[in-house]
Design a protein around this ligand. Sequence first.
Ligand SMILES: [Zn+2]
Ligand SMILES: [Zn+2]
Length: 182
Amino acid sequence: MDNQLQRELIIGAALGRMVVLRGGSMDTVVTETYLERLKDVDPSLVERACAELGDQRREDYTTIVPPCPDILEIVERLEAEQVAPAVALLPPDPNEPTYRCHYCLDESSGWRPFKCPEVVCGRKREHGPHSYVARCQCWFLRNAATIRLARSRAEAKHEFVTQGMRDVEAFDDGRYPWATKL
Ligand SMILES: [Zn+2]
Ligand SMILES: [Zn+2]
């Protein structure tokens, strides 16, 4: 079987399972559009992102088929999680500079590694210990204005509000749990 076809089968099946778990079904046109958009993404990460979205309780205002940016946002987070432990294990630099952010040590993507259950991840289902990443508070401080603007534009055009946009709101309200955890 050729590689591209195999990738499409993996992603197509993952999308289908996710949508069934969210109480709907996937039609061919939507599947093809998503496959086109996700064609350069690692299929195993798409699978994991879809499994996560399939397990999430669906809010009333969200669509049965999650918007592609939501899938890509989780893929980006999973990619960061794959990299994060290696970064955390680097030995301390003897000439360590002073960081502007002492939580993430100025990690440019703003992702910080955590271990659950030491710092609980917030998943509702019972689950074993695992590592994960969450955005640092400095990332919100740097990007909140831009993201708030993107959100108000999305809402005005009845487009999708992504998890990142909802996180900014949680951060503003002091409900974002990873803001200052060390
Ligand atoms: Zn930071
Ligand atoms: Zn957890």
